[in-house]
Design a protein around this ligand. Structure first.
Ligand SMILES: Cc1cc2nc3c(=O)[nH]c(=O)nc-3n(C[C@H](O)[C@H](O)[C@H](O)COP(=O)(O)O)c2cc1C
Length: 344
């Protein structure tokens, strides 16, 4: 894992219905170093369900990519980890951080934080089952909330002791969901007691955030979720800042081109109707700051066919420019973001 997490790795977060093969490829073209699949239910994997199989399919060019699994039963998680390892990911990540009641309430995701001892025993079982076939990592939160003392520091040490090779820390409690600010200081505290890489996650929305998160915590990488949905260029911007290079925002033409590329790839992957639909959630962010963006976006939202969408984008590209005063980045606070209702 050390070769992957070199102290300035910029990682695409696992996000349900977002980080599919298409979005991973696109994120990589704009600088993501490592990608993680959306979480995959172990029961679906063990049943051989079509959706689960699709989610763990990793093409040769889609690397380094981890497969993330979730479940509440240690034996089933270990069994599913073997299936995930057969798909040859760079590593298998176990989700111990999802706060959504239907998942955490049933003991999966952040539900594991109710019983840190059980979480460690589960991780040990998973590590042993796929030993020699895939490294195992864990993504979790600082605690369940509202403990007077967060379990994460002790937990990090114990997870490392049983062979977990890296830890990603979303620096909120499960109770917080996505509200409140992420407290990166917990990543620094966890980092201080282990030798495995720790990846800091939560509210990294700009190159400056990425640099500050790594500097303040000493972590080996940053993971970026919601900001990537609206502004995937954040990966190359963060990489540039971490390498001490100038941070350059996308040009207006690049914004249009990314819409095009994402649309074409989604349609190739999912067919016209669904492909056009799933691209729509990204449009507000991709087109942000462009003169005439609201009208273009509205017309695109009302255009169901790819030919129509591409024609609109082609006609926009010739004279596209930023509105006066827009800096090309368009960082907004998470509260204002388009993804504020996201679930996991
Ligand atoms: C739409 C959406 C889906 C998510 N799905 C997952 C998931 O499948 N697995 C996971 O570990 N976290 C999931 N998350 C949480 C993110 O990976 C990340 O921890 C969280 O959004 C905080 O990072 P950010 O502030 O950079 O967005 C999801 C978040 C969002 C917004």
């Amino acid at each position: 894992m050390r070769s992957l997490y070199d102290g300035r790795a910029v990682v695409l977060a696992p996000m349900e219905d977002v980080t599919d093969a298409v979005f991973r490829t696109l994120s990589r073209t704009v600088g993501a170093d490592i990608c993680v699949t959306e979480f995959v239910n172990v029961e679906g994997l063990l049943r051989g369900c079509r959706h689960a199989k699709r989610k763990i399919r990793i093409e040769a060019t889609d690397t380094p990519t981890a497969i993330q699994i979730y479940g509440s039963d240690p034996a089933r998680l270990a069994e599913a980890a073997e299936i995930a390892a057969d798909a040859q990911p760079s590593f298998v990540d176990v989700n111990c951080g999802c706060w959504v009641p239907k998942i955490a309430g049933r003991g999966a995701g952040a539900g594991w934080l109710r019983d840190p001892e059980a979480m460690v025993a589960m991780a040990k079982l998973v590590v042993e089952r796929v030993a020699g076939r895939a490294p195992v990592t864990v993504k979790t939160r600082i605690g369940l909330g509202p403990e007077s003392h967060m379990p994460i520091v002790d937990l990090a040490r114990r997870l490392e002791d049983v062979g977990v090779e890296a830890l990603t820390l979303h620096c909120r409690t499960a109770k917080q969901g996505h509200s409140g600010g992420a407290e990166w200081s917990w990543a620094q505290k966890a980092r201080a007691v282990v030798t495995m890489p720790v990846i800091v996650n939560g509210d990294v929305r700009s190159a400056d955030d990425a640099e500050r998160a790594i500097r303040e915590t000493g972590c080996e990488g940053v993971m970026i979720g919601r900001r990537a949905i609206e502004h995937p260029w954040v990966f190359r911007e963060a990489r540039a800042r971490l390498a001490g290079e100038p941070v350059v925002p996308p040009t207006p033409a690049e914004r249009i081109e990314l819409c095009r590329v994402h649309l074409v790839a989604n349609v190739a992957e999912r067919g016209e109707k669904h492909g056009v639909q799933v691209t729509r959630r990204h449009l507000a962010g991709y087109l942000r700051g462009l003169a005439g963006a609201a009208a273009l976006r509205q017309t695109l939202l009302n255009t169901p066919d790819i030919e129509g969408c591409l024609a609109l984008l082609d006609s926009a590209v010739g004279e596209v420019r930023y509105v006066e005063g827009f800096d090309g980045f368009g960082v907004r606070s998470p509260v204002e973001s388009d993804c504020r209702t996201a679930a996991a």
